[in-house]
Design a protein around this ligand. Structure first.
Ligand code: GLN
Length: 232
């Protein structure tokens, strides 16, 4: 059920949304990023091979539910709602919502997105955070299929602000220093989030990957990967 064998290692099918820099993005036709390095290290420790495919966000979650995908790895926040449908590893990264906007938009807190045109990635905590402030079904919220399309909407002034994850907004700002993007978070409006590796409900992989995650947290491998992507 968990994929075919290659040599003596089981191959696990992994879905992701590869426009979520620096966690997963395409480079020279390959999915790369913090999540990719981390998952490869954890899977190796657990004795598996992983085949990571850029399925997109919605197809990743659907495939995980339908059983075509063994693992979802996409900076996925472990929410109570999602825990009803998927099992998650131990937390591997801490995040919080972040608002990105062009210089001059005068955004100082989450409240200031009221009355603005807001871009979010569909079905993500960015959407849920924005809805907490301006209301579900607000006509001011535009939902995009990927993080890339959401940022494109901001660049082309189709929206005034986007609500996304902290490290992703910061990476975007760093990657495009001429884009005049500014970022703020608001720890009164937004809750701390934790990313987890997603499995099918009841998957035996969870225990194996949790143990492997513990090992690479202890042996310095996690720290090495973290340094490569966040302190480099
Ligand atoms: N962490 C956010 C969520 O889980 C966004 C993830 C993503 O866009 N890849 O909803």
């Amino acid at each position: 059920k968990d994929g075919q064998k290659s040599g003596d290692k089981k191959v696990l099918n992994v879905g992701t949304e590869a426009t979520f820099i620096p966690f997963e993005f395409m480079e020279k036709g390959e999915v790369t990023g913090f999540d990719v390095d981390l998952l490869n290290a954890v899977a190796e420790e657990a004795g598996y091979e992983v085949k990571i495919e850029n399925t997109g966000w919605d197809a990743m979650l659907a495939g995980l539910q339908g059983g075509q995908i063994d693992i979802g790895m996409a900076g996925i926040t472990m929410t109570d709602e999602r825990k009803k449908t998927y099992d998650f590893s131990k937390p591997y990264f801490e995040s919080i919502g972040m608002i990105a906007f062009k210089e001059g938009a005068d955004i100082k807190s989450a409240e200031d997105i009221k009355g603005k045109k807001i871009g979010v990635q569909n079905g993500t905590t960015g959407q849920f955070n924005a809805e907490e402030v301006v209301g579900e079904n607000s006509p001011d919220i535009s939902k995009y299929e990927s993080a890339a399309l959401m940022f494109q909407a901001l660049q082309s002034d189709n929206v005034d602000v986007v609500v996304t994850d902290k490290a992703v907004a910061e990476a975007y700002k760093k990657k495009y220093p001429d884009s005049n993007i500014q970022t703020i978070t608001d720890d009164k409006a937004f809750a701390i989030e934790h990313y987890g590796i997603a499995f099918q409900k009841g998957s035996e992989l969870k225990a194996e990957f949790d143990q492997a995650l513990d090992t690479i947290l202890d042996n310095g491998k996690y720290a090495e990967i973290y340094k490569k992507w966040f302190d480099g």
